[in-house]
Structure formats: structure tokens, C-alpha cells
Design a protein around this ligand. Structure first.
Ligand SMILES: C[S@@+](CC[C@H](N)C(=O)[O-])C[C@H]1O[C@@H](n2cnc3c(N)ncnc32)[C@H](O)[C@@H]1O
Ligand code: SF4
Length: 372
């Protein structure tokens, strides 16, 4: 084995916690950014042999990576192994011209900006700090710093969001000409303030979300974007100087590749073994200061689970899934039934499987039915 070619680094610090978010985040603790970056680099040294000599992607996610003390963020970026694609997640209100320059000069090739919405009232419902103009300012600063690969995150299904609001969000996003867009249906994460306040409303509007999803897809594909994964869109090579703008890092997850994750709460999957590092900052720092691996939950993935995951994740893409070695994960009668219903299609004399557009709109429900 040559090692994982994809590296995820978790930067957990946030200015405040948005009510809908259940990611591993830490509010405050500005004084610990330096110690955290030290710990990340120590952890990298301990895990180095799990990585391939050359990486395809590095992804700094959060949390709010761009809230990390700039000197520490720069130190981290310069110490990480180089990769063909280096993405940093950014919150719009944190992106100043100086930060955009820092990212660019430190080897970042792609910025994923969490816009979520352009409607001030909906941003308030989400408890976001950024206003619509912060998103625009952030994009201009990134363009001035010569970034030519920017992704915008949008959330739809926000309580109180009309279809006109959704159309306005899509227009505002498209006007900024991002190379890539991720559009997520708002999920009620158990235990969050948001689910407590709005969970019942989200459950009531669940059916309307199918039409919202269809509008998102129609609008973005109508504007020329490729709907390459359930929630992800990018400009095709013909509109992007021949470049393939799909996220290399996320493609690796969907294609079942190995990846190493560093930082609190980070997940790694390598050679059939998955582990999740402790989400506790203090525990993480203490272990690494002592030169030890931080505590982790380890799961051995049996072949059957790995195959089912390959089917569930692979069918999210707009490219056919090769079934070689995956036959035992599929219920052949279900495949035939769903093919007859026009939800899946087989190619290459039955050796490949893909969802049709109708199947893609129904999403996870269809793929779950296909499993043996
Ligand atoms: C964990 S956030 C990190 C990025 C950054 N801190 C931000 O908030 O923009 C990554 C993305 O996940 C999406 N997300 C987070 N919580 C979600 C939820 N409950 N439902 C749907 N999407 C969610 C948002 O679109 C967000 O941009
Ligand atoms: S800024 Fe992003 S990571 Fe932080 S709490 Fe809000 S949604 Fe979660």
C-alpha cells in the first residue's frame, strides 16, 4: 500500500455557535490556537507513514479555519504537505484582503465560503454573523488575491424561506460567478438549539423540500453548472478553461478512497479501519504534548459494510459506479424493479450502475433500497 492521498485537518474555533450546527467546534479559547497548531503538527508527525509521498488533496475544515490566529494558520499551512488541491473553509466575515493574500501565498488553491443565504432575515434565523455584503466583500477580496476556484455553500429549507427567497438566493449566488456551489437542505441535527426551536416546522415542510431541491438543480444546471454530486455543482471544463472543478477532496470520500484526518473530532478511514479522534480539546492537547496519540474510537469495517458504503456514496455522483466486486452488496431484484421504475440505469452490459435524474432527486431512499 502506498498510503492515503487525502488529508483532512480540523480547525474547530468559532466566534459563536450557530444554532443548527453540530460539528465539533470550540468557542473562545483564542489563547490556545498556538498550542492547537503545535498539536496538529505533532499528530501529523505521528501519522506521517499513513500518508502517500504525494498528496492529491488537503482540506482544512471547521469550525472556522479562517478564525484561527493568522500567524498560526500560516504556520500550519506552510508545514502541511503540498497537494494538487488545498481547500480552506472560510466564514465570509473573517475574509479580509490580508487574510485572502495570506491564504494564497501559503499555497491554498481553493476557498469554500459559507454564505448559506443572502436574505438578512434568514441569516438571522440561522444565527449567522455574516451579512450578505460580507459574502460579496469576501469574494472580491479572494478574487483580488487571485483565487480562481471559489465555492459557495448555500442552505435551503430555512424556516420562513419562500420559493421566491430561494430563487433570490440562487440569483445572488450566481451573480458572484463561483466556480463551485454546494447546496444543502437544512438538517435538524439532534440536540441543537435549532432543532429544539424549529424541528417540528422542518418536519412539516419536508415534502416541500423536494420541489426546493428540484428548483436548485434546475436553476444551477440552467446556468451551465454540472450537477456532479447530489448537493454539489461546478462549472464544466468548457466554461472553466478546460479545468475539472469538482472537489478532489470530496470526490475521494464519495469514491471510497482512504483519507487521514487530523485534529479534534476528525475521522480517518485507512485500509478498512475507521477512527474518530476525541472531540475534547483539553484531552487532545494533553496527549500530544506528552508525545502520545490522542484517544480515538476505532471501528473495523467488515467487507460488507465497505461495499454498502461504496454503493451509497458512489451513486451520489453523476458518473456510473463500476459494480466489479460490489455485486454482493446489491439486491438484484431491487435493481431490476428500480430500473423498471426509471430510477436507476445499468450500463456497460450490467457492469455499471447509475441513478437517473429522477432517482437522484429521490436520493438516499433509492440507494438504500438497492442494498442487499
Ligand atoms: C461545518 S460548516 C463549516 C464551515 C463554516 N464554519 C461555515 O459555517 O460556513 C460546513 C457547511 O456545512 C453546512 N451545514 C452545517 N450544518 C448544517 C445543517 N444542520 N444542515 C445543512 N447544512 C449544514 C453549511 O452549509 C456549512 O457551510
Ligand atoms: S460558524 Fe460554521 S462551524 Fe462554526 S458554529 Fe457556525 S456553522 Fe458551525
Amino acid at each position: 500500500m502506498t498510503g492515503a492521498r487525502h488529508l483532512y485537518v480540523h480547525l474547530p474555533f468559532c466566534a459563536s455557535r450557530c444554532g443548527y450546527c453540530d460539528f465539533v467546534t470550540v468557542v473562545g479559547r483564542q489563547g490556545q490556537h498556538r498550542a492547537y497548531v503545535d498539536a496538529l503538527l505533532d499528530e501529523l508527525a505521528l501519522e506521517r507513514e499513513a500518508l502517500a509521498p504525494r498528496l492529491e488533496s488537503v482540506f482544512l475544515g471547521g469550525g472556522t479555519p479562517t478564525l484561527t490566529e493568522p500567524r498560526e494558520l500560516e504556520r500550519l499551512l506552510r508545514a502541511l504537505p503540498p497537494a494538487l488541491e488545498v481547500t480552506v473553509e472560510a466564514n465570509p466575515e473573517t475574509v479580509t484582503p490580508a487574510l485572502a493574500e495570506l491564504l494564497h501565498d501559503s499555497g491554498v488553491t481553493r476557498v469554500s465560503l459559507g454564505a448559506q443565504s443572502f436574505q438578512p432575515g434568514l441569516l438571522e434565523v440561522l444565527e449567522r454573523r455574516a451579512r450578505p455584503d460580507d459574502v460579496r466583500r469576501a469574494i472580491y477580496a479572494l478574487r483580488d488575491a487571485k483565487f480562481d476556484n471559489i465555492s459557495l455553500d448555500l442552505i435551503y429549507g430555512i424556516p420562513g424561506q419562500s420559493t421566491a427567497d430561494l430563487e433570490a438566493d440562487l440569483s445572488d449566488a450566481l451573480a458572484l460567478e463561483p466556480e463551485h456551489l454546494s447546496c444543502y437542505e437544512l438538517e435538524a441535527k439532534p440536540g441543537t438549539r435549532f432543532t429544539h426551536a424549529h424541528g417540528a416546522e422542518l418536519a412539516r415542510q419536508a415534502e416541500a423540500m423536494e420541489t426546493y431541491f428540484e428548483r436548485v438543480v434546475a436553476r444551477l444546471t440552467g446556468a451551465g453548472y454540472r450537477w456532479y454530486e447530489t448537493a454539489n455543482f461546478c462549472l464544466p471544463p468548457t466554461l472553466a478553461d478546460g479545468r475539472d472543478l469538482r472537489s478532489r477532496h470530496n470526490l475521494a470520500y464519495w469514491r471510497g478512497r482512504d483519507y487521514l484526518g487530523l485534529g479534534i473530532g476528525a475521522v480517518s478511514t485507512i485500509q478498512g479501519r475507521r477512527w474518530k479522534t476525541t472531540p475534547r480539546l483539553g484531552t487532545y492537547l494533553t496527549a500530544l504534548v506528552a508525545g502520545e496519540r490522542p484517544p480515538r474510537e476505532i471501528e473495523e469495517l467488515p467487507g460488507s459494510v465497505r461495499k454498502s458504503e461504496r454503493v451509497l456514496l458512489g451513486l451520489r455522483l453523476d458518473e456510473p459506479l463500476s459494480l466489479a466486486g460490489l455485486e454482493s452488496a446489491l439486491d438484484s431484484e431491487a435493481v431490476e424493479r428500480l430500473e423498471w421504475l426509471g430510477l436507476v440505469e445499468r450500463g456497460a452490459a450490467g457492469a455499471e450502475l447509475a441513478l437517473t435524474d429522477r432517482g437522484r432527486f429521490l436520493g438516499g431512499g433509492v440507494t438504500a433500497e438497492l442494498l442487499a
